[in-house]
Design a protein around this ligand. Sequence first.
Ligand SMILES: [Zn+2]
Length: 137
Amino acid sequence: MYKYGEKSLSRLDTCRSTVQVVMRVAIKIMDIKILDGRRNQEQQDKAYAAGYSKKQWPLSTHNVPPPKLSPAWDCCPYPIDWEDREQFTVMAGIIIGIGAVMGITIRWGGNWAMSNRLSENVFDDLGHFEIVDEKRS
Ligand SMILES: [Zn+2]
């Protein structure tokens, strides 16, 4: 059974409780590393400068002021291989599926339009996920 490392857990702590619940189920299926949750200005500036984010502070869904929790998070299959698109796609299916069962709509950076036509995705941010809507029963 897989489990998150300390860094992943501390990043997950900055995310909404629904994100935490979804990701605690996902780790049972696949080894995953959490790369980011909430981002402060310094972290957002860094992500923007490095090209990981297209948005400048405070426009990213990762940019919520504490103690608010982030509806957005970044994660990757572990061990990390950014070229392994297939692994990212499997991970996305797992995460989005868990969310759907729980009444949580999740958008993935590999499918911004939520059309499931991955070849039409305009900007690949394969590690990015965000809660779009929550209707937990
Ligand atoms: Zn992100």
